[in-house]
Write a protein that binds this ligand. Sequence first.
Ligand SMILES: [Zn+2]
Length: 585
Amino acid sequence: MVDCTGLENRHTSDGIEGSNPSLSAKTGSKLDNGNLLFLIFSTPMAFQKISRKKIFWVLLLSFLTATLLMAPDCIFAIIVDNFKISRDWKAIFFLTPLSMGLVLCPYRWFLALILALLGCLQVMQFIHFAYFGIPLSPFALHFMQREMGDVWTEIAFFWKDYGYILPMTLIPFTLIYILNRKFSVFKSGLGILMIVCTFGSIGHRLCSDPTQRFMPNSQRITLYNSLKAFFGYFIIQYRHYDFKTYLPYSVEKNQLFERKGPINIVYIIGESCNYRHMSLFGYVRNDTTPCLKNLSKNNNNFIYKVGISGANSTIASVKFITNAIYEPDNLKQTALDTTNLFKLAKQSGFQTFYLSTQSDTILCSIGSVQHIDHAITNTTNPRHALQILTKKDLYLLELIQRQTFSEKNFIVLHQSSVHSPYALTYGQGYKAPHVFTGNPKKILDDYDNAMLYNDFLISQIFGFFNKSTHPFYIVWTSDHNELLGENGMYGHGSGSLNPETANVPVIVQSNDPAFLEKFSDIFAITHYEIAKLIAEQIGFNVINPNEEKNVFYTNGTDFNGKCGYIRFTKNLENQTIHYDEPSLK
Ligand SMILES: [Zn+2]
């Protein structure tokens, strides 16, 4: 029933066929009898007995299978301009068990089923990317299911444009099937276990409330993202998510779109910064921000104020920082990326950078990663990971010094400091880690010392960009607040909805007085309003028909409102804010 190579026939004395016929290449009939569990657990023993040549063939076939699984990505990258092959080193932990599982899989029908599933998913993934310019997400699958009429109409109209996707994907997947049936040197139930575990390792990560986990990560290979979309889609169906419908946003070019000449727009995302512990904002116990205070005194192009974050966790908040999104539960807008700052910047001819000391899971939240020319995170590759481990946020300074900037640059820098544990926030080489001491609550001294480090770091970044005689726009804000005893609470990560967790410092420096004036004029500026002002400088006006006058939202730990949100109203006359009771989904 199973074809073997000439290798099989030449080595019948390797112990497999003689010692346990059910583990040999002729095992199909035994496996069909349902002895799968026995096969799974006895396979490691059997591996000890098989010849080195067979192990070599299994490894070679696994390598060829992995290569063929990746082949559609390579072909697609040649055909589609804005699709980049991901340098996903972590793919080894995904492709190795998957391809070995396919090679070892004893059942012909199971192999065909898995390959058909993966092939179909990949076809949908590439069609989605070719049409929308963004990777497939579970929400996209959900909207496609609800709008099947439109989907079929568009397929009928565009199929000729995207016809290449079918052979590009299905030929490599068919070759995997042929290869693994033609040269099947060793089959085992362990193959099925490996495939199930690989799928399970993706599926189980989505079984939590925050929906940002469902979003694709463009630094991962497409097959990984396709499976993530597939499992996420079923979880959405299972949980019966109620998707609220909003009017669509529009994005219009403004007169700055065709702006000529050099320009730098720098958006720095701080971490867990409490403005009440910044001497720039009036904190008196310790002078935690001497460098920023100097910048403030010596420049009339420098403003600072208290703002309100889009969410109270990093990954949720970054969505609102890098995308102009107003509503707390606008799933369609979070999936569409039409107001993504990187995407808009690329459309305006900017070179784009996302340099971060945080992990690449944040990219799932940002979206539109294909519009980032240079993306570095602490998981991009082991070299950066090692540098970030030792230098922490000081590595950001090194990274900006190393970049080759073009005339128009949109640069997002994402810090890790001053995240808890505060005492471990310093990078190697920082000279003043423990200046403030003596507080009975050591945690407060630790935080103030970390804030002093943050002050040194961001003032250096400001200094790097603010010497330009060309237009520059530098905005720094925190992703969320960090409570340090306010109302008896600490931290930000408990998931509770508390308005104080949304209060964040905002600092802006620019040689464009009109830009500064706009920031100054907005009371309690929100991340949404900041994103709109930056989009404006990039060359686009974001128009959202769903806005209510002076009403805004701050989310819990999910950017689609699945972990609750707070609606609040700004009273511009009294300069006060009224917070509604938290809304919990
Ligand atoms: Zn954070």
